[in-house]
Ligand binder design. Structure first.
Ligand code: B4P
Length: 190
């Protein structure tokens, strides 16, 4: 099984690159951001609670996203592998993911981190916000809050995978195809 964590700050290109990777490698794409937006659009209780936090640029509680991922793993028992996009976002989520995979005799193959500076992140997200209708992309203050949440709570997740010698970082600035090529070169080594 190939189980990849695509890592990076908001707007780094995780969702964009995931789309290209699933086409080539036949993996199941698990984006907690997409799953949460699905709950919001269906108007579920979970979605209503998550929306309040997401609109302020804050992370949703660990137990909510861990539960969603656990359900998706159970629903895709025969998958050849997964791309985890936007998950894990805290060390507690990373520990939970390791345990979930262990219980299925599987493990993370590696984490690939996309490195992009804050100025470029803000530019990309504001650009997307003009068309996406996403409240969290429309407001520079909310974008800065998301980047702060990333630095405070998510950046330490890199250390978790470095300790397991599963961490690789890539320059996330350049054309989408260039970056995809660099990611694919890392995947070839797994
Ligand atoms: P996500 O949906 O994960 O949102 P994101 O980080 O903004 O997405 P991503 O990084 O994939 O965007 P992409 O680069 O593809 O999360 C949203 C919210 O959900 C979080 O703030 C949080 O509240 C909540 N949440 C999600 N998961 C959670 C978890 N595990 N725990 C707790 N809370 C959670 O795209 C950005 C833009 O850049 C696009 O417009 C794209 O076209 C553009 N772009 C991409 N690559 C480019 C390139 N190379 N050059 C120029 N532009 C590029």
């Amino acid at each position: 099984m190939l189980n990849l964590v695509l890592f990076g700050p908001p707007g780094a290109g995780k969702g964009t690159q995931s789309q290209k990777l699933i086409e080539k490698h036949g993996l199941i794409h698990l984006s907690t951001g997409d799953l949460l937006r699905g709950e919001i659009s269906q108007g579920t209780e979970l979605g209503l609670e998550a929306k309040k936090l997401m609109d302020q640029g804050m992370l949703v509680p660990d137990e909510v996203v861990i539960g969603m991922i656990s359900n998706k793993l159970d629903a895709n028992k025969d998958a050849e592998g997964f791309i985890f996009d936007g998950f894990p976002r805290t060390v507690a989520q990373a520990e939970a993911l390791d345990n979930l995979l262990k219980s299925k005799a599987a493990a993370i193959s590696g984490m690939i981190a996309l490195e992009v500076d804050d100025v470029e992140l803000e530019r990309r997200l504001l650009e997307r916000g003009k068309e996406s209708g996403r409240a969290d992309d429309a407001n520079p203050e909310v974008i800065r809050k998301r980047i702060k949440e990333y630095n405070d709570k998510t950046a330490p997740v890199a250390g978790f995978y470095k300790n397991q010698e599963k961490f690789k970082s890539i320059n996330g600035i350049g054309s989408i195809d260039q970056i995809y090529g660099a990611i694919d070169a890392v995947i070839e080594q797994y």
